[in-house]
Design a protein around this ligand. Structure first.
Ligand code: 13P
Length: 276
């Protein structure tokens, strides 16, 4: 709810202009071969954004998503949005269980899981938001993004207690959602530490990498078909972050720092050009 309908339209127009720039210049087509881009506007503008994107030849690599849906396809649920209708109008991804949905609208792991099943049933991809509520202790190096690229011990055995606690909290959410969808369905897990959303800086790189490593190593993720579970990071994400999170993290989920199409496009290029 940051944008008016007019601003959403203008945003998408500008972004497509950047992505499908004159091929003689920085052609974005090879770029789009190596990365999937999603745009998740409000429900009212989903169909309009689908129409804008569909004008472009390579539109298949731009997924238009919705920010929520109901878990039933049809019925007496006044005011709710049907996943079947979202699919019908060309929506390909549905964000579920965002921290704000959980905090302000009473969403739970159970409601998120039921919606994830509904999204897959309608041949769309669930983008399930997960993240711990409590920030690391103030003295912790995990608390804030800064330039201390400590060497990582990759086995996870040396993870600090708050990393282990964060991953355990996240894994409850992950297990619930993954139990509701077939092992071979595409799923995107958006790791968004609640305390890093709407903040001035993302969570510290070491924290994100350690939590994501634990999620990836979990039984719930390892039991899934190979290549079907992508994990992206969100929470004050923007340009300059991805190269420091990869290869643990597959991509980014931007909020405010994507509101400028040029910044968003720059971030997409960084992800596309990363050597992983
Ligand atoms: O919640 C987010 C994406 O849904 C992240 O928002 P910000 O990038 O504005 O912190």
């Amino acid at each position: 709810m940051y944008f008016s309908a007019a601003r959403t339209e203008a945003f998408v127009r500008e972004l497509l202009g950047l992505m499908f720039a004159d091929p003689a210049h920085e052609s974005s087509l090879p770029l789009l071969d190596s990365v999937d881009v999603f745009i998740i506007p409000d429900h009212v503008t989903v169909a309009g954004v689908v129409a804008q994107v569909a004008h472009h030849h390579h539109h298949h690599q731009i997924l238009v998503g919705a920010q929520d849906c109901h878990n039933e396809d049809a019925g007496a649920f006044t005011g709710a949005v049907s996943p079947a209708v979202l699919a019908e109008v060309g929506c390909r991804l549905v964000e579920l269980g965002h921290a704000e949905r959980r905090r302000l609208f009473g969403e739970t792991d159970a409601s998120t899981a039921a919606k994830a099943a509904a999204v897959v049933r309608n041949a769309m991809v669930p983008l399930v938001c997960v993240g711990e509520v409590t920030p690391p202790p103030p003295t912790s190096s995990s608390r804030q993004e800064r330039d201390d690229d400590d060497d990582d011990d990759d086995d996870g055995n040396d993870d600090e207690p708050h990393v282990v606690a964060a991953a355990d909290e996240v894994l409850v959410q992950v297990r619930s959602a993954l139990a509701a969808v077939p092992a071979d369905a595409d799923v995107v897990l958006a790791y968004e530490p609640v305390w890093a959303i709407g903040a001035s800086a993302p969570a510290a790189v070491d924290h994100v990498r350690a939590v994501v490593r634990r999620v990836r190593a979990s039984d719930a993720v390892r039991a899934r078909a190979p290549g079907r579970t992508r994990i992206v990071y969100g929470g004050s994400a923007g340009p300059g972050l991805f190269a420091r999170l990869a290869p643990e993290v597959d991509g980014l989920f931007l909020g405010r720092f994507a509101h400028d199409p040029a910044q968003f496009f720059r971030t997409v290029c960084e992800v596309a050009q990363a050597p992983w």
